[in-house]
Design a protein around this ligand. Structure first.
Ligand SMILES: [Zn+2]
Ligand SMILES: [Zn+2]
Length: 427
């Protein structure tokens, strides 16, 4: 058995994590591991880069999110007052680590993340237990770190609530998919909390996992992380709390993990169980479910889609320039259309342009103001001809470069939409 990092942050955990999401696969492969999870704080935007890096390193990607779980209804936007007589207000959430086991779990994780921003946001993007229970299929959950509800209940001496919380979560994800998370760090209370979790594990038959809660690749980067955290916590390095200088929040290997167990009398099975968790995960679905929409009209081949783009661009250009036929289009425009089409076609992005045109024209038809263009996007004559960019942005007339917008290393059309129906001409 080996070990797998089930709790790891990339630099998408802003001002907290340091490691590039696309390097995590390479890092763990070099340290003898066959899988790794990405669990940024409340956020899944790093997943595409992360999966790509894992594929290149032949490592199984485990898609996760360290969500924020509100104590009550996430729609209630208020601080939390523990009812045990502790006279301190608490931040109304606990960290809650979720991993997708399969495609269904991934889709549920996305639904929960969407909910956390749209409905549950209060200081942090939050879900709640009710919402979680409705979308728990295909997910793995853990008791998580010392910012979790489990730890907070332990800290407040409310042990019965830990039992109830564990029961509810385990019931929702299934008995094989809930784990108690041990960590070894610089936080004073972590040692005693670990011992409590070990007893809880025996009492309720819940397996243990050791996690690094990794925020950087190498051990010696802990100081750098401390400095980054100073920025987010508005502290200076000399007033930084000692515990955030955590020496063990890195992508360590199995031997190091076992030495941490020996240091704090934690069972080695907490390390080997991480591989067992990784083995529960299907690492293959991501590309299958995240393909960009492909314009597939009946009987149309990919070549047909490209020709449709060219045809539409030519017709659009004739109309934009106010001429009567293609023959009347000046040579500079013809050459530019031909060149742009070649690049787009080679990159197989014809469908993408047609889809963008479709939703831009739909938005305009519905009276939703659309921005004239964003950044380098104004440099495409094909976008201008299709009506994606505004009429006054003729890139040939204004000398705007297509290459800044699209070349083999960069393909993206960024647009602005108005939420309040105001014009966006000044964007
Ligand atoms: Zn945490
Ligand atoms: Zn974490």
């Amino acid at each position: 058995m080996g070990m797998v990092h089930l709790h790891a942050h990339s630099y998408y955990s802003l001002l907290d994590g340091l490691q590039p999401a696309d390097e995590m696969g390479k890092t763990v492969a070099a340290r003898g591991m066959n899988a790794v999870a990405l669990t940024d704080h409340g956020y899944m935007g790093g997943i595409p880069e992360f999966v790509k890096g894992c594929r290149a390193a032949n490592v199984k990607p485990i898609i996760g999110n360290e969500t924020y779980l509100a104590f009550g209804d996430a729609k209630e936007k208020s601080d939390f007052m523990p009812d045990n007589g502790v006279a301190e207000k608490a931040v109304n959430n606990g960290h809650f680590l979720l991993l997708a086991k399969n495609e269904e779990g991934y889709k549920n994780l996305m639904k929960l993340t969407k909910y956390s921003y749209e409905d549950g946001f209060y200081r942090y993007p939050r879900i709640d237990l009710e919402m979680f229970k409705q979308h728990a299929k295909g997910l793995i959950a853990t008791s998580t770190c010392i910012s979790s509800q489990c730890f907070k209940y332990w800290h407040w001496g409310e042990h019965a609530k830990i039992d109830r919380w564990c029961d509810e979560v385990r019931e929702a994800v299934g008995h094989d998919s809930f784990f108690l998370e041990l960590q070894h760090n610089n936080v004073e209370k972590q040692y005693g909390y670990n011992q409590y979790l070990i007893d809880l594990s025996k009492r309720k038959d819940i397996p243990l996992v050791l996690t690094a809660d990794a925020h950087h690749q190498n051990q010696d980067q802990y100081k750098l992380r401390g400095y980054v955290m100073c920025v987010s916590m508005h502290k200076t390095p000399d007033t930084m709390p000692y515990e955030i200088q955590d020496h063990n929040a890195w992508m360590y290997d199995e031997d190091f993990a076992k030495s941490l167990c020996d240091d704090w009398q934690l069972p080695h099975e907490a390390v080997t169980n991480t591989q067992h968790v990784a083995d529960l995960v299907d690492g293959s679905y991501f590309e299958r479910v995240t393909r960009a929409p492909n314009l597939q009209l009946e009987g149309m081949t990919p070549e047909g889609t490209s020709l449709m783009l060219l045809k539409k661009a030519k017709a659009g250009l004739i109309s934009r320039l106010g001429v009567n036929s293609w023959a009347e289009v000046p040579k500079a425009y013809k050459d530019r259309i031909k060149y742009e089409f070649q690049v787009i076609d080679e990159a197989r992005y014809s469908s993408y342009f047609l889809v963008v045109q479709d939703y831009v024209s739909l938005a305009k038809g519905m009276g939703i103001p659309v921005g004239p263009a964003r950044g380098s996007g104004g440099g495409s004559l094909i976008s201008w001809s299709l009506g994606i960019t505004a009429k006054h942005l003729d890139p040939v007339k204004h000398g705007l470069l297509f290459e800044r917008f699209l070349n083999p290393g960069r393909v993206r059309i960024t647009l602005d939409y108005s939420e309040d129906m105001k014009e966006l001409e000044n964007v």
